[in-house]
Design a protein. Structure first.
Length: 201
């Protein structure tokens, strides 16, 4: 059920616009952590030559079948767990992660693995929801998080995405944070971060 709900909720117009923005600048061999139902495929720039997908959910992978068949680049599934990547060091030119750091049990380990498999100077593109800077919203996020994790496959509401990326050794070069469109009641789920970072030599 969760992959289908996620596919529906995260394929609306404003979210797809953010997907297009976060995919801008991707090039070469790309690794996507948390491929889901393949919603990013239609937003890949022409400079991308292949995409390797890490996706733990069989239901999510099945949902992506038509999108993979229509993709402009070869897509292959290369793993189930972003915390343990089978790729060799410096295998990829870029990495993409959208709405997945929230559910990975150890995001620090996953980001360390991404840094390992990125070539020096490779780019990391992230679109994620997380901890709001507004005290009132953050209090509700802390209250709601236990239920959120149980119902939505371990999804966290309180992770500080830029801090996680920086702590993994990446150099953040661009960051934009905002609430996704929706009623005020949706704000605990709607604080979003879109960023790009570079893996240093």
């Amino acid at each position: 059920m969760v992959p289908r709900l996620t596919d529906r909720a995260l394929s609306v117009g404003q979210v797809m616009k953010q997907r297009q923005l976060v995919c801008a600048g991707l090039a070469g061999r790309v690794l996507e952590i948390g491929f889901g139902s393949g919603l990013n495929l239609e937003k890949l720039p022409a400079a991308v030559v292949s995409l390797d997908a890490v996706e733990p959910s069989e239901a999510g992978w099945d949902l992506s079948a038509q999108r993979r068949a229509a993709a402009p680049v070869p897509v292959q599934r290369v793993g189930l767990d972003g915390q343990h990547l089978a790729a060799a060091d410096a295998s990829y030119d870029a990495a993409l992660c959208t709405f997945s750091l929230c559910t990975i049990p150890d995001p620090a380990l996953a980001l360390a693995e991404v840094r390992r498999v990125l070539a020096p100077g490779g780019s990391l593109h992230v679109l994620e929801h997380g901890r709001s800077p507004d005290a009132g919203v953050a209090r509700w996020q802390r209250r709601l998080e236990p239920a959120q994790r149980r119902v939505f496959a371990g999804c966290h509401l309180t992770r500080d995405v830029p801090a996680l990326v920086t702590a993994a050794g990446f150099e953040v070069t661009a960051v934009d944070q905002f609430y996704l469109p929706g009623p005020r009641l949706s704000r605990p789920w709607g604080w979003a971060t879109r960023l790009m970072a570079i893996s240093p030599a």
